[in-house]
Write a protein that binds this ligand. Sequence first.
Ligand SMILES: [Zn+2]
Length: 349
Amino acid sequence: MDFIALPKIELHAHLTGSISRQTLHEIWLTKKAAGQTDLEDPLAVIPEGKHDYNLVAFFPLFSKYIYALLTDEASIRHATTAVLQSFLQDGVVYLELRTTPRPTPLLSAAQYVDILLSTISGFEEQNPRLHTRLILSVDRRHDYEMAASVLDLAVETSEGGYAARHAMVVGLDLCGDPSARPSGEISLFTPIFEKARAANLGITLHFAEIQASASKAELETLLSWRPRRLGHVIWEDEETKKEIERRKDELCLELCLSCNVHAGMVEGGFEGHHFGGWRRVEGVKVSLGTDDVGIFGSPLSNEYRLAAQHFHLDNRQICALAREGIDFIFGGEVEKERLRRIMWDEHSC
Ligand SMILES: [Zn+2]
């Protein structure tokens, strides 16, 4: 099977984690030549071929390094365009990119989001096959005010405010270091996500990336926010499994094979990944995602290849899997229709 030609949708990709080392290197070279950075070469900090970043090494890579490179409009446009190009070349037809809006020394958080939206719109005009929408992320380490400002930005740049543009914000995410705010403390953000729902934003939440963020209290809180999608769901016990199975018509799981295996978040390699367990639960929907292809090095086509290889899925099952996420995208009914057309008619699965 040609996994690149297979039309695919990507619902779990972090913008900054999707930037390739080569692109970071190019941005660094430009800044270095202009005397604008003292940072080390990205190819030395994140060597080509290294993908085994555990969570302890993973988060500082962004806070101490990648964010420090993406401080101005030119570098953010360059990085975003390169990310869109690589998803397009990999056969992705619909992409929901997520990012935590952050101010830089040169830009406000609102300017950062505006640059992303205009870059995405410009790219889509040139490359109409790939439709991209944006999800803004609340970080678990945010305080309430910071999270509320992310929500405000999301509402301002959602459909109502941006109807004239292709690109818009369509959802709110909860992400960040899963060891932050354990034992149900995450309920601090309940009013934020309730307002997001009231504003018709889609809700997707990272859940159970590590044991500390897999408590019953946390699941109850997150489900009370009525998410359409849950990301990772690694540490599921019997009770969690039953709860998710009970909500199988309203929830889709975003599962990330290479990320979880390379980061050592699951045991037993690819065969031991919980994708296999969820595939056996009748009716539970799954969408494969790359999470951070820039770090873990596996494009979406390769994630499908890995699923086929390690879980013995035939072509018909791979095509069915690729289509499963359509009903759970945040991009609206017209977009769902376009995807059904592309993914049913064009590709002879
Ligand atoms: Zn993620």
